[in-house]
Design a protein around this ligand. Structure first.
Ligand SMILES: [Zn+2]
Length: 383
């Protein structure tokens, strides 16, 4: 077996392809099979080690997600009955967690194996969920409801659902069943638990092309923003957070631009920005800038004029590059109810050209965007 690719995935995939489902016996008890078992053990250790390293690399990309620890990664073989011999697993599994999350709460998990190659998803561990149902029924209900709520939002094509109906021991995969299941269990005590996952297939080839790491990162970002949305988003949280930002600014006795700068900094540290990143697929709505760290969550109705519940409402935001954010913020441009751009007469032809502003630009709007944009046209836009 040769090690190749940036994270040695080829080796790991080969390990699963060759050995998943095989029997493993401790080398000292394997008799004539001793050499073969020693080499199997060595190969499995390397494959597992590669995957752990990969998960560690991924977790470094996120300030709030930590690699849990090696013990949480599935053992590479599992007991068959009373311990001997052992069956080689079909997959490894790793959890990334925010240390602030309680044990019972969901995690972002990566699993990796012969069939699905790499599966990244957010979920609630069923065991913990069962314990939670007895210990804290209110929190249990909240988790179920929040997971359920996720299905009301448009999801990207590469997101798959997995549905677990508590106590019915039923698993359903794919998107097609979701609507009917939602209806069927709408008034039931046993509401289904939905997981959201995304899969990278053909890992083997992608790793050879050297693109797997970037793709996986992107997928984790997508899943993570849904995760944040599910776990942290509700109007009450957003109002609390908005109030604490206002309090902080009052304490600092800032005025004018300094005040605005702190508001923008804090807003852009909130799930508000993650949701905009996800909604607009990490792209400025007006140009091709797609470098995440440059993109700004821009308010349609300004923070200082917004009601508490409007301040971190994702429909009161648009994702833009710094140039276009400034144009919008200062009223050089706005949008009509169809999303067609409105350009202020004070924006010079030179600036328009340099900043790529042309009259044929049109963006997609949500219904709630439109109400906020009316304010922008009336009060901010410099006709
Ligand atoms: Zn732009």
């Amino acid at each position: 077996m040769t090690k190749s690719g940036k994270f040695g995935f080829e080796q790991s995939v080969n390990f699963f392809r060759e050995h998943a489902g095989d029997t493993y016996i401790l080398p000292e008890k394997a008799g004539a099979d001793k050499e073969r078992m020693l080499s199997l053990k060595q190969d499995a250790r390397e494959a597992r080690y590669n995957f752990i390293e990969f998960a560690k690399q991924l977790s470094k990309e996120f300030t709030d997600l930590k690699y849990d620890n090696a013990d949480r990664c599935s053992r590479w073989c599992r007991d068959n009955g009373k311990g001997k011999p052992k069956i080689i697993h079909f997959y490894f599994w790793i959890q990334l967690k925010n240390p602030k999350w309680k044990d019972q709460l969901p995690s972002v998990s990566l699993s990796f194996g012969a069939e699905n190659c790499l599966d990244i998803r957010i979920d609630v561990e069923q065991d913990n969920l069962d314990k939670l149902r007895d210990k804290n029924p209110e929190l249990y209900r909240k988790i179920i409801e929040q997971q359920f709520h996720l299905l009301d939002k448009p999801l990207q094509n590469n997101i798959e659902y997995r549905c677990i109906i508590p106590e019915a021991d039923t698993l359903c995969y794919g998107n097609s069943d979701v609507e009917s299941l939602k209806k069927k269990y709408k008034n039931s005590e046993n509401k289904p638990l939905f997981q959201v996952g995304t899969k990278v297939k053909s890992l083997f080839e992608k790793d050879n092309a050297g693109t797997l790491f970037d793709e996986a990162l992107e997928l984790v970002r997508v899943v993570k923003s849904y995760y944040d949305f599910v776990m942290t988003y509700n109007e009450e949280n957003c109002i609390d957070r908005a109030e604490s930002i206002d309090e902080e600014i009052d304490d600092l006795h800032l005025k004018g631009e300094d005040r605005e700068a702190i508001v923008n900094l804090r807003v852009n540290q909130h799930v508000f920005r993650d949701r905009l990143l996800s909604r607009y697929k990490h792209h400025c709505i007006l140009c091709n800038v797609d470098q995440t760290e440059l993109l700004v969550a821009s308010h349609i109705k300004p923070w200082s004029k917004s009601l508490p519940k409007e301040k971190l409402d994702v429909d009161n935001g648009l994702l833009m590059c710094p140039n276009h954010d400034r144009l919008f913020d200062r009223g050089f441009i706005s949008f009509d109810d169809h999303g067609k751009i409105l350009i202020s007469s004070i924006l010079t032809a030179e600036s328009r050209q340099a900043l790529g502003i042309t009259g044929d630009i049109k963006i997609n709007l949500s219904e709630k965007n439109k109400a906020y944009l009316k304010y922008h046209r009336d009060k901010i836009f410099q006709k």
